[in-house]
Design a protein. Sequence first.
Lengths: 293, 318, 326
Amino acid sequence: MNTGDEMPATAIYQAPVLRRVEVATPRAADEATARTEEVKISTDHVSIKYGEKVAVRDVSLTVQDRSILALIGPSGSGKSTFLRCLNRMNDLIPGASVQGRVCLDGENVMDPDVSVVELRRRVGMVFQRPNPFPMSIFENVAYGPRRRGLNDRRKLDELVETSLKRAALWDEVKDDLRRKSGLALSGGQQQRLCIARVLATDPEVILMDEPASALDPVSTLRIEELMRELREAYTIVIVTHNMQQAARVSDVTAFFTMAEDRAGYLVEVGPTGRIFTRPNERLTEDYISGRFG
Amino acid sequence: MTTTSNPAMGRSAGPKPSLRRKASRGSILADRAATVALWGTGILVILILGAIILHFALAAWGVVSPSFILSDPSRATLGGVMPILWNSIYILVLTMLIAVPVGILAGIYMAEYAGDNGITGAIRFAEESISSVPSIVVGLFGLILFVDDFHWGFSALGGSLALTFFNLPLMTRLSEQALRAVPQEERNASLALGATKWQTIQHVVLPLAIPGLITGIILTAGRVFGEAAVLLFTSGVGTPPHYNFLNFDLTNPASPWSPFRPATTLSVYIWNLNSEGLGAFKNQIVDGSAAILISMVLIFNLGARLIGRLLTRRLTAA
Amino acid sequence: MAQLTSVYRTAGLRARPGLLARIDLPRRIVFLAAASMVAIVALLLAFIAWQGIQLFVKDGVSVGTIVSPTWNPLADKGPQFGLLPFILGTIYVTAVALLISAPLSIGLALFLSEVAPNWAKAIVQPALEIFVGIPSVVWGWLGITVLVPFLADTFHGPVVVSLPIVGQVFSMPGFLTGFSWLAGSLVLSVMVLPTITSVSYDAFRAVPQELRTGSLALGTTRWQTIRHLLIPAALSGVLTAVVLGMTRAAGEALAVQMVIGNSPTLPASITQPVTTLTSQITLDMGNTVFGEPWQDALWTMSLVLLLISITSVVLVRVINKRRLAS
């Protein structure tokens, strides 16, 4: 996997110190996947409320390391809300409260002790609409590392190059890194820039909230291609309205829907192949065959 | 692991850091310090304002009374400010009578008619320039134009005109904002019915913009009421004589209703008393005058907010 | 159903509009109202410029006097009209006022846009509006009754800063009377605070929320987001705010005149009296006669003030044009 000529990004940061945490066993209800990796993220009876209104109810699922989990379902079923609690971005919404456990490598991220800043470095997020900063391409990608204290010019150069290469944007911008503004790129390029920006913080998980919905079909396919490449090294959770995209790209699919009281809940989760051909639940089958949503 | 087409891909294995490790103690500390400092600025402003209001409330406690407001100035005793207060109100009304119509009309042009051309650019530049010119320079301009060239001497009308010049950009800008706030759909609906542009403005846009326009008027009035430097050189400074309010001869400079007479206002009076430095009761008189000024400012400001909110609610709820 | 006969006179689609409509009176009237501002500025510039150059044109004083440091209009042997004490005085008082006020105002703007909960905003914003409304003479009166005596009493002796071992590090003469450069700057700083705050606040609010979200999602603290993303993104707006504050401070006349002491010499430290263009005009105008060189010098000073304010308008445009280009 390491080709040797690229310096892994983590080596640039100070080596963190801690012993390995015990691996959680996959839940019996989900069928075993072909990849027997450890569990990267597990959520245990997670519910999210905005004030008194329940937005998401009782979601329990696991995400294997280096796999892609797609969250699908109709609008309002709580997919994005659920996604946001994996990096605690719901904290930014006044009145939002989360119950249950959300564990990253076995550690509960909802713990008050946990450093949210550190969590977000390890669990990055790409948004629906590309949001590059009004700075040069180089500065956009270097933003995360700089805030972490990395200012060595040579190391930053390498890190920016690596990140842009992993985001499949390097060849298109390598001559204009410092002169061109991030805002001057096309929509698809901007989104890849945002991905490169996240990669520069050396995350382990990448959350994507409908990353291609604002892009044209060609750019969309490029992003999907990129996701498949990224899966080699990262764990990816993606929210998408596009079922074909979920089928093309993901290893595991989770289907959410809205209950009568307008709270979102998890209907079914399983390997993508099975979900799309032999779903267990009637609701899932109806959604996939287009009968609603 | 399988190699991929992207040679850059790859993660190093290694122990994963705990989330409890403080990301960078320095930056979290800096964040806390910054939050405290920013809260500090908010608290400081409130404290200063509170202190000022309290100071004047206490200083003017024994001074401001109905007799203070209604009686004439006097050197020997603690005189009142009646003619001066009258002048402030007179000049305010006269200024607003001129500035409000012109300002609203100008705002209509800027919001509804102005295109993206050189003339509009010139108007905007003029707007910004007048806003930046020091009030004293506007006063001096009034000195040349009204006091000397027009031979009016120090006059309330000269002061009001100079004040109109000075506040026209503000009134225009606030009117333009109020008109732009009216949604385009309303205009479209009117035009689609075959109404002309002016009819649309007159019957649809203006009525909807009224809350914003009134707020703009009140805010401008607040600024006019407290103005001193402009009036110092146009409407004059001094202690007014007793006003006979039954004298309605507008051409007679002795009549308080005439615009062609000098008119010392509250702000100018304060400055004058300070620089003259005479009189045993100077401090109290000034404190009392200042307290009246501040009260009027408070009334204008809070009034503008309240009336604006009330009218908007009635208009949108209806 | 009976057919509705039209009660309107149909003019037909090709009918020419009537004379009144072609003149479009409403448009002309509102245009005149707006264009009047151009006329006002033009007149203002013309009159002040005309009066301002009389000192050179009519009285034969050399243009270099503007930067001459000697101001002595009543000298028998040859009156001196050097304007440098006033120009420098304006610069000194304005600069220190900005030094005090700008960080505070920008901090307040950040507080309102990034930190303050709604209840705090509902208190601070009206407070700022009231701040704006307080007339300048009231600030001057406060300065003269509260600030000036305070400075005179508290810092009467020389202000000395000494550290252990190193000894005396800094010293300056104390406030003799309290009327001083510092008093003027302090009064000005509270007067321009609302201006800088409100323009900066608008600039911060204009930065889209998604940029903040993007930064926080990368694992930064709020202060890091403010310092490294927000302020650079809003920089042109903040610079505009400071320039506007500077213009207001330089142009303020009465409040400043009441507290700065008005001695037409250059101060050696901020504890000493100083004079500005505006305060000198205010003091002398009433004592001079129209047409005499002394008054012509005052008109030249007003011309200088006018030029300063026009320059700042141009400066603001330059700052913002660069932003639009990027």
